[in-house]
Design a protein around this ligand. Sequence first.
Ligand code: THU
Length: 160
Amino acid sequence: MREINLSTKIGVYLLEECSEAEKKLIGAAKSATKNAYAPYSGFSVGAAVLLENGAIISGNNQENAAYPSGLCAERTTVFFTNASYPGLQIEAIAIAAWHNGKFTDEVITPCGACRQVLLETENRFKAPMRVLMYSEEGIYVVESVKDLLPLSFGDEMLKG
Ligand code: THU
């Protein structure tokens, strides 16, 4: 038997250590929590993507009485963006969550299904997408979605 050890590099930043562009993207994700439709969980998530032309598009989670029919903030945002601007690369995504009357103290990290969708978008544009995960205590940053999804299943497997 042999063992494989995987490691992930995560940058941990305070908001004041972020660039102006990063602060703007995080601010857009935080603002987007206000329009979340989360009557069932009370957990309002906002996401904002930065496109290669500098535009920022934001979205949020949209829940449903039939729970699985709802959609997370990340997928709402990425699907809308790819539907509206199909040729434009998404360079980065920021995520923030509002819960119990405040932004969370713990970083908000994308669920497994959202990681898979973010990976598809990264592969589609053949360029890494940075992921900025906000909390009041600090911001986790990974340089590629692959860092959040080791041993992922992607389009290359369908070709092999
Ligand atoms: N949610 C997101 O929108 N993004 C995440 O990264 C995690 C969870 C949503 C789904 C559901 O509407 C609520 O948060 C509680 O799980």
